[in-house]
Design a protein around this ligand. Structure first.
Ligand code: B12
Length: 221
């Protein structure tokens, strides 16, 4: 049965049909699949599946990528409350776009993928100052700061990651909080994350889920 559920769910995602995808999830529950099975055997694999099989055409790609993450986030949130034993949330990350940057789509996708990886994501929104990144990380007791930048000057400018790193140093928080960056400029220059003094970068939401999991375990060890 799980194979049919997977197929129906992936088809709905491919059609960017959120209602159809959620209907598949609810029907699967009624047919006796557990919430755990649906999250870990249908929803999470579908994120991987879509990332490798969707069209290379930018417009279609964006819509499918976006919907995959949004539906995954919504369905996962609803199903988590039905888990037999509460799932282990492995850690927390605050995420926002850097100061001066109003490109928010990539960030939303990353948040969806983090949630499906049992990482709490606190969305700080757009145009976030370095001070706010650090203050909110402390307030939410997060282990990781995620900074999304879609323009070169918001990635390597002095109001972005570089300043966030300086503030962490000034406050003696360097070993307690890790920084991960992402967005178009980092795709063009894979070494840019080092230049802006981040700990890591990720090319997409799926990679972000894996790398943030690793960063959280480094902070906690
Ligand atoms: C859509 C778009 C817009 C929309 C944004 C809508 C919105 N609500 O987000 C609008 C129309 C508002 C816009 C405005 C502008 N834009 Co614009 N925009 C784009 C465009 C076409 C796509 C961006 C996008 O959404 N991509 C889709 C998402 C899914 O991909 P993504 O963001 O890369 O995210 C993925 C990864 O990068 C990664 N990721 C992203 N963030 C993070 C964060 C972390 C922590 C991690 C780990 C991973 C990660 O995971 C994501 C999911 O897989 C790009 C071109 C491009 N191809 O990138 C130009 C682009 C980014 N824009 C550009 C420009 C110049 C502008 C404007 C200045 C235009 C103008 N003259 O007004 C303004 C700037 C506004 C501002 N101050 O921010 C330039 C930047 C050039 C540069 N080198 O600096 C680009 C590259 C276009 C170009 N080739 O010239 N834009």
């Amino acid at each position: 049965m799980i194979a049919q559920v997977k197929e129906a769910y992936n088809q709905a995602i491919f059609d960017t049909d959120k209602n159809a995808a959620l209907k598949v999830v609810y029907e699967a529950l009624q047919q006796g699949l557990t919430p755990e099975e649906i999250v870990f055997e249908v929803i999470v694999p579908s994120i991987e599946f879509m990332s490798t099989s969707i069209s290379q055409d930018f417009g279609a790609n964006l819509a499918q990528h976006f919907m995959t993450a949004q539906i995954a986030a919504q369905a996962t949130e609803e199903l988590i409350s039905k888990f037999k034993s509460p799932p282990k949330i492995i850690g927390r990350m605050v995420i926002g776009t850097s100061h001066g940057d109003f490109h928010g789509l990539g960030k939303k996708i990353v948040i969806g993928c983090l949630k499906a990886n049992m990482i709490e994501a606190v969305d700080l929104g757009l145009n976030v100052t370095p001070e706010k990144f650090v203050n909110e990380t402390i307030a939410h007791e997060a282990q990781v700061i995620g900074i999304s930048s879609m323009m070169m000057h918001t990635a390597n400018g002095k109001n972005g990651c570089i300043r966030v790193r300086e503030i962490l140093k000034e406050r003696g928080l360097e070993n307690k909080i890790k920084i991960i960056v992402g967005g178009a400029p980092y795709k063009y220059n894979h070494e840019l994350y080092k230049i802006v003094h981040a700990d890591a970068w990720a090319e997409n939401g799926i990679e972000a889920g894996k790398i943030v999991t690793k960063l959280i375990s480094e902070v906690r060890s």
